[in-house]
Design a protein. Sequence first.
Lengths: 132, 110
Amino acid sequence: MSVANLIKAGMIHCASLRFQEARDAFLQVRALCPGEPHGDIGLGSTCFAEGRFEAAMGHYRQALKLNPCNAYAFALLGESQIFHGERSAARLSLRRACEIDPKGSYGRLAQRLLGLLECLPTHESQVQDRQI
Amino acid sequence: MATTSSIDQINLSDTLQTAGPESQPKQPGKFLGALGKVAGVATNVILPGAGGIFTDMLRGMGVGGLGSDPVQYLRLQERIQSEARAYEAVSSVLKAKHDAAMDSLRNIAR
């Protein structure tokens, strides 16, 4: 199976809440392309869908080690940071994604997430903003 | 979708102003009571038997319990508007996330 098809399979498994199957598919992607961030991004998305935000952030950071200019990984890292309560860090990650891909779909995702961040109550952000 | 359930974990209801004790619904005023009856009768003319459903629906929406205080209507309007804004924000994030995932797949397939 090609890498693109493996990623598609992983995404479908993840959307169908078959997390173990999704993880297996993305691990295969990582084994096939060890220098590319796709596998880690997929594994991060799976962890995020499971509600394991810290693990998701770990995978996105690993993806960013492989490609420090990956706007998609920055946007998804920012999303996980919002859900983990690290709002200041989330803002930084999302702004970085906007800088890297200002007009593309990854930048747009980051902009929408920044918009969502503004919708959230401010008092909660002060309480929940964790130390990084 | 799984992402939706994750997004649900953000307590969006906190963004909405919860009604204070002063906004407890009053008993329906005479005017609204009469209006409900008129609406019921009018609906019965158009769709026989549906008048009761229409009146119940108005009650279910809380319209019947608002009384005649316009401030309560304004509060309800604000609440509905902020709720709509929150839903719009979440919906646009989900759409952008889908588009980004599709774009990423296209880039890999190339």
